[in-house]
Design a protein around this ligand. Structure first.
Ligand code: ZN
Length: 340
């Protein structure tokens, strides 16, 4: 929730949407989120806590999965909220602009798509005739496999590495008309305004016969370029700045706790339920993971990373962030919202 609130394009758009609603509007997850964001942003007090009761009630109504006291996955929560809010806007658009009879319904792009949506190209190269078949798909976030002692850039490159389609998985090539071996890879074709990266820390391990949490050390920089874009992609050189990190605290997949790190006015803050504290930039290192699996001790790991695209001019290239430590206006924004 805090990551979404500190995602400025999303917050601004949702507040605008909230303003534009007629008094007798229908309730939805999106209107509940708008109410919550408005009550945070219109708050006069400099510090305090708001419990998102109405929003949680609505969430439980819209999705039975969240209607329990079981530990929930923050990535599933993010997906659900984003998709559900898109759905509300798409339905509204279709109501206001009905498709004439006989015409095909076109996909609707909402302002949520404008913020989170990027494009992937799924390239398959036939190893027999070398013809490349490309298929386009959209994404709202990327889920990355992780390895021990890796960087997020390395995980993104790995995401785009060639996969061999062979034996039972051969590829039906339209160019040469045969069932052939092929190389498949996914590249980023268009970069989103806000890049949400989900590190797949929860994984079924055959050796254990159950799901486990990977404590791997995965370094995420404060500034990032997408290393796996197609050559003709727009925004090839786009730089991204980290503005929020959802941290999973705990040693297993079925229990634990989430905290959120957000950058506000050049200063990192940690949100842990109703506690908000300033955090030094260097402290980010504590959330990368450990080089030794299950070494005990630290179980706080970066789990979902939020990057915002910035203009080339703002790219410092040093990876050190903008370092405007002095600006502390952020605490008036530091109203804790209870954790989901
Ligand atoms: Zn072929």
């Amino acid at each position: 929730m805090q990551a979404l609130y500190f995602c400025k394009p999303f917050r601004h758009a949702i507040l605008e949407y909230h303003e534009s609603l007629p008094k007798d509007h229908d309730e939805s997850l999106l209107t509940a989120l708008g109410d919550l964001f408005a009550s945070i942003s219109n708050q006069k007090k400099r510090t305090g806590v708001l419990a998102p009761k109405k929003f949680i009630e609505r969430l439980k109504k819209d999705n039975v999965i969240f209607n329990s006291y079981m530990h929930q996955d923050a990535h599933e929560f993010f997906n659900f909220v984003v998709n559900e809010c898109c759905e509300v806007l798409v339905k509204q658009h279709r109501r206001e602009h009905p498709t004439p009879d006989g015409e095909e319904t076109k996909p609707v792009k909402t302002w949520i798509h404008d913020i989170f949506e990027g494009g992937l190209t799924n390239q398959t190269q036939c190893l027999w005739c070398e013809n490349v078949t490309s298929r386009h798909e959209a994404f709202m976030d990327l889920s990355l496999d992780i390895e021990q002692n890796a960087s997020v850039s390395a995980c993104l490159k790995q995401f785009s590495s060639n996969e061999l389609l062979a034996s039972q998985d051969k590829f039906q090539c339209d160019a040469c008309g045969g069932l052939q071996e092929a190389h498949k890879r996914m590249l980023v074709k268009s970069s989103p305004k806000v890049l949400a990266l989900h590190l797949k820390r929860f994984k079924y391990l055959e050796s254990l016969g159950r799901h486990a949490k990977l404590m791997h050390r995965v370094v995420f920089p404060s500034e990032l370029k997408i290393p796996n874009m197609t050559e003709d992609a727009e925004g090839q050189d786009a730089a991204y700045q980290l503005f929020a990190v959802v941290v999973h605290v705990g040693s297993g997949p079925n229990h634990g706790h989430y905290v959120c790190l957000v950058k506000s006015h050049g200063q990192w803050l940690t949100y842990d339920d109703d506690t908000v504290e300033l955090m030094d930039d260097e402290a980010m290192n504590n959330f990368f993971g450990s080089t030794q699996e299950h070494s005990g001790g630290n179980t706080e790991h970066g789990y979902i990373l939020f990057y915002e695209r910035v203009d080339g001019a703002e790219w410092s290239g040093s990876g050190g962030g903008e370092g405007s430590r002095g600006a502390r206006g952020g605490l008036s924004e530091a109203l804790a919202t209870a954790q989901q």
